[in-house]
Design a binder for this molecule. Sequence first.
Ligand SMILES: [Zn+2]
Length: 105
Amino acid sequence: MDKKECIGKKLEDILETPILISTDKKTRIYGLKNKGRDIEISAYSRSESREDYFHKVEIEYLPASKYIINGSCTCESFRYYGMPCKHMLTVRNVYIKNQQKLING
Ligand SMILES: [Zn+2]
């Protein structure tokens, strides 16, 4: 992860097409990859302090336990504490809520 990419991105600068946008529009999932028992999810999650910016969130999620086993986020909280931040948890929750839709297309 590039440490300089820390303030997030404006929506118009995100060029990929989302595969899912949450109902509150704050979370946008761009990619899913199955890796054995884990799923890698890449997403953008809206900043609460700067509402026109989105943080890039990558998580490795273990469906069997609902644990986030690895991941990163461009927000200050994650960079400072190195612990799963609210964006990572939100991305996981949006994934869980829409799991059927994402798997069945
Ligand atoms: Zn974050």
